[in-house]
Structure formats: C-alpha cells, structure tokens
Design a protein around this ligand. Structure first.
Ligand SMILES: [Zn+2]
Ligand SMILES: [Zn+2]
Ligand SMILES: [Zn+2]
Ligand SMILES: [Zn+2]
Ligand SMILES: [Zn+2]
Length: 366
C-alpha cells in the first residue's frame, strides 16, 4: 500500500521520526537520550533543554506544549530553555534513518542531518500529483507520466501563453513569426505628429487632431515654431510630408536641434533662426534657406513654396543630409547635416492664421 504523506507539512513529517526508523540504534548508549521522551516520543528535532531538569524536547513540541501548560512536562517547574550539549548533537548527526517513504519503495538510509533535504526535495518516492491532471503517484512515476501527459502545456514566447504540447510544434514557429512582424510594424508605423506639450512664449498655436497646426494669436509679431515628434535620432531615417494650408507672410519647415527649441520655448524670431549656433536647417516659403552648416553666410537661396503645396522632407542621417522636395514641381534641395545627435522636425508659422498639415510620415530604417 502506498503511504501518502503529502498532506503533512514538512515540519509534521520530521516530528515523525520514530525509533524504529533508526537503523543503527544499537551503536548508541542509552538511546532514549535522543528522544523527545515526555511529549512526542520520537527522535528529537531541533532539540532544546530544560534548565531545571535537563530534559530534552523537540523545539516545536515544547513550544506547542507551553502555549497551554507553561511548565516543563518533566519537572513541572517554569520552563527556561537552554542549548543542548554538543555531544547530543553529535550523536543525533550519527543516526542513520530510513526515509519516510520506505513504505512506498524508497530504500535509502539517510544521515539525520541530510534527512530533511532528502525527504523535502530529493526522494523519488514522495507522493505527488501531475502538474496538468489528477494523476497521483510516487514522484518517479509522476515524472514519467508528466513527460507524456495529454494535458501537458508548454510556454510559447510568441503569444506569452501556455500551449498544449501536442499542438506546440506546429504552433510555435508561426506564432513567433507573427509576433515579430507585429513588433516590427509597431516600430515602423510610428508616425510623426505635432507635440501636444508646447508652450510658446508669445504665440498661440492650436493643434487639430495632432496633424494640423495653426497660429491663432501672435502678440509680438514673432514667428511660432511647432515641434513635431518623435525626436529624430542620428541613426534613423525618416520621411514626412507637410501641406501648406494658409500662408500670409512666410512659413519655414525643417529641423532644429533639441537645445534651441527648448531654450526658446518654441518661439523663434527671424534672427534666432538665422543664428549660426541654433542648429536649424530650414527652408522658407519665400525662398530662403537656413543652415548652421553653411560656411560663410547662414542663409542662402533655396526653393520657394506656396499655398497648397506639399513639401517632402527626408532626414537621412546615414548620408548626413536633409533632403527637401516640393511635390509636383521640379525642385529639390539637399543640405548637409552633420553630427548633432538629436533633432526635432519643426514648422515655423510666421503670422496669425498660418497653418500647415502633416500628410504622412514614415520611418525608412530601423
Ligand atoms: Zn517531540
Ligand atoms: Zn524540566
Ligand atoms: Zn526517500
Ligand atoms: Zn497528467
Ligand atoms: Zn504562441
């Protein structure tokens, strides 16, 4: 008959080492010294001694006893705990004990100090239950059963869930491929849009669905810059298209370095755009081009654009350049763009009412 100790907790099992389980008891003088004589009568576990009468008890046994009775079970005086002598510990360590699962087939005799470890985690004859079904047997057989249990599941990294092992082979690869594609699309579909968090010094810019920007108030007649997101990194290639919806005086499009756009609170005056240090590379509707990288003069003749026209801008850090193209016109311009690590796409709205729309954006490289 298979004995089921699985309902007992591990402490209870160890309060259960009866003298009969010790195989070398004859080697010990006065073996009763090794017992928790007055409470459980089994071999001592975590022994502790009474100061008054020197009787030994299992620590769990005496703790439980004192909860109701307060006095030492032997001498009936107040129980004052003391450590046990080392000789007793040495004797205990020399005991050889049959595994608790002997009735189930374990023939191991284990030294006292290793018994806990063996019975807790090493013994193949402990009663256990299949992880996936109700099959119950000794651990050895459960392990064999589990290898082929029809309810067995395996973890799929693709869908992050457990999948029946019979279906796993055909599930795994397609599922993983699908998740990689989804992941890749998530990256590549990242769109450029206007930043919601813009606080202009002087201007009011309204954003419509994050794709249309319009200057509504222009207090000091300064141009308002609107940043687009995300920040462009030097190792990423992007393309985006902007349509001019309303144009009074001038509008600029291009990129600007992070430092400038933040320090100027998104409001750039003409002279700030022209400043050699501010990291702008921009073309303006009136045909002027600014770049911090122009050698002598930082503004030069560029490609003018006007109402309803569409400007495509390609940020190509690999070739260290910024490319502008006016759609349906035979006009384009390439401006070198050296190693400034972070840029924002930027639109500068010159006057009240000026408006632009982002038509499309795509990331062309990883
Ligand atoms: Zn005991
Ligand atoms: Zn006592
Ligand atoms: Zn065992
Ligand atoms: Zn099973
Ligand atoms: Zn999956």
């Amino acid at each position: 008959m298979i004995k089921d100790f699985s309902e007992l907790n591990i402490e209870e099992k160890f309060l259960n080492i009866s003298l009969e389980r010790v195989t070398n008891i004859k080697e010990f003088r006065k073996p009763e010294r090794l017992l928790c004589e007055y409470i459980c009568s089994n071999i001592l576990r975590n022994p502790i001694r009474c100061k008054q009468c020197s009787a030994h008890f299992c620590k769990p046994c005496i703790d439980k006893w004192l909860q109701s009775k307060k006095l030492c079970p032997k001498c009936l005086q107040d129980f004052i705990p003391r450590k046990v002598e080392s000789i007793l510990k040495e004797d205990l360590d020399d005991l050889l004990i049959y595994c608790v699962n002997k009735p189930n087939g374990c023939d191991k005799e284990i030294k006292y100090e290793f018994l806990y470890k063996h019975e807790d985690s090493e013994c193949d004859y402990t009663i256990s239950i299949c992880k996936w079904c109700d099959f119950r047997a000794i651990l050895k057989d459960v392990k064999l059963h589990e290898a082929t249990c029809e309810n067995k599941t395996m973890y799929c990294l693709g869908c992050e869930s457990e999948v029946n092992h019979l279906q796993f082979q055909e599930h795994y690869i397609p599922c993983l491929e699908k998740s990689i594609t989804t992941f890749r699309n998530k990256i590549y579909n990242k769109k450029i849009h206007f930043s919601k968090n813009i606080h202009h010094r002087n201007n009011n810019i309204s954003l419509d669905g994050n794709l249309i920007a319009r200057q509504t108030v222009n207090v000091y007649n300064k141009s308002g810059a609107v940043i687009l997101k995300p920040k462009l990194k030097l190792n990423q290639c992007w393309s985006w298209k902007i349509r001019i919806l309303k144009l009074s005086e001038w509008i600029g499009v291009g990129i600007c370095d992070y430092k400038t756009i933040i320090s100027k609170s998104c409001t750039l005056t003409d002279s700030e755009i022209e400043n050699q240090d501010n990291g702008c590379i921009m073309i303006s509707s009136n045909g002027i081009t600014w770049s911090q990288y122009f050698k002598e003069d930082n503004f030069q003749q560029g490609i003018p654009f006007t109402l309803n026209q569409i400007i495509e801008i390609i940020f190509n850090p690999i070739l260290s350049e910024l490319f502008f193209r006016i759609e349906n016109e035979n006009k384009n311009l390439t401006i070198p763009n050296n190693n400034v690590p972070y840029f924002y796409p930027v639109v500068v709205l010159g006057s009240t009412g000026d408006a632009v729309e982002i038509l499309s954006s795509k990331r062309l490289s990883k």
